[in-house]
Design a protein around this ligand. Structure first.
Ligand code: DAH
Length: 340
């Protein structure tokens, strides 16, 4: 056994062994193949390891240890080179000039877009946008607006009450009262937002809907100012060709009161199926602020006059975009919402 081993170690041409090993190490194309070469030439079962085990003299020991050290250094060097290559390859894979992945981007709901548009129109007129509240007192929603105790909208069947004195506002007219209570004229404000009524959902009404309310209080304001403002507003919203007409009506908080219509934006007033052949769309209510309302907020009705108007935004938005049923605003169907 001993003789055998000794015999073997003497037959190995160590110069050739080192050359072969260096060749295998420096040519290893991958880390796995480098490891194979390392095991083969430096591993426990390699000829070199066996030779080292059988070393008897100093010279042979120095020779073989020298080979081992040089081969180990060669393996380390090759491993570092392979790692550098791999990193360079990764850098190639990462092309920072490629366009990024597109993230789907949301957008504002159509009703919010309309609210913003309406706000812009008022801001252009020099009005201030007032954020009023949705939970209101009976005083602000009815009493201060001169609404008689017998008015049907006060019923629990029509309005959402939280308790006897607190309700969800049924219109944005509450914003008029809150603003006038808080400050003195001149006042030019618009207030927009959600309103609540106990209506059964249908294509034309939902229990939650949106209104915009405008109020101007100054000296010598007349119905003519109201009409001019309405014409400007509807031309900005529906196009320059629109005409506005006012019809007499009744609201407890205005005297005189009117309702206003705008010419159909499809036929321009000629009459078509869209406007039921009338040429007009009903828009909302308005009037000259009733002196009783001024008294309720502590203004002198002889010194000040004003107009107010309000309208529902959901229905006119649906009309403008040809949406047949306003419940679609609440259904969150992306096929509808993504169109706007
Ligand atoms: N508040 C009324 C409604 O909800 C709309 C309205 C009518 C508002 C006349 C006004 C107004 O400011 O003067 O139907």
């Amino acid at each position: 056994m001993n003789a055998d081993q000794e015999g073997e170690s003497t037959t190995v041409d160590w110069q050739q062994y080192e050359n072969e090993a260096r060749q295998a190490i420096s040519a290893a194309p991958t880390a796995a193949e480098l490891d194979e070469a390392r095991v083969r030439y430096l591993g426990r079962k390699s000829e070199l390891a066996q030779g080292l085990r059988g070393v008897r003299d100093r010279e042979a020991g120095m020779l073989l240890n020298g080979i081992r050290e040089r081969l180990e250094a060669a393996v380390e060097e090759r491993a570092a080179a392979l790692e550098r290559e791999e990193r360079a390859h990764l850098d190639e894979l990462l092309d920072v000039t490629l366009p990024g992945e597109r993230l789907p981007r949301g957008h504002l709901h159509l009703l919010t877009q309309i609210c913003r548009e309406v706000e812009d129109i008022f801001l252009g007129l020099g009005y201030e946008i007032v954020d009023s509240r949705e939970v209101e007192t009976v005083w602000h929603n009815f009493d201060a607006l001169n609404q008689p105790l017998t008015h049907p909208s006060r019923s629990h069947l029509d309005t959402f009450y939280i308790d006897d004195n607190t309700l969800l506002r049924a219109h944005t007219s509450t914003g008029q009262i809150r603003t006038m209570e808080a400050r003195q004229p001149p006042i030019y404000i618009a207030t927009l937002g959600r309103c609540y009524r106990r209506d059964t959902p249908s294509p034309r009404s939902t229990p939650v809907f949106h209104q915009v309310e405008a109020l101007a209080v100054d000296r010598g304001i007349t119905l003519a100012d109201l009409k001019g403002t309405l014409i400007h507003f509807f031309r900005a919203l529906f196009g320059e060709d629109r005409e506005v007409r006012v019809r007499t009506s009744y609201f407890p908080f205005t005297e005189p009161s009117v309702e206003f219509d705008v010419t159909c934006f499809l036929c321009g007033g000629e009459g078509c199926a869209f406007c039921k052949h009338t040429g007009w769309f009903e828009m909302g209510g308005a009037g000259v602020v009733d002196p009783a309302v001024f008294e309720n907020v502590g203004y002198d009705p002889k010194a000040w006059s004003g107009f107010a108007w309000g309208l529902g935004l959901d229905r006119i938005t649906a009309q403008r975009h040809g949406i047949p049923d306003i419940r679609m605003f609440w259904e969150n169907d992306l096929r509808v919402l993504e169109q706007f």
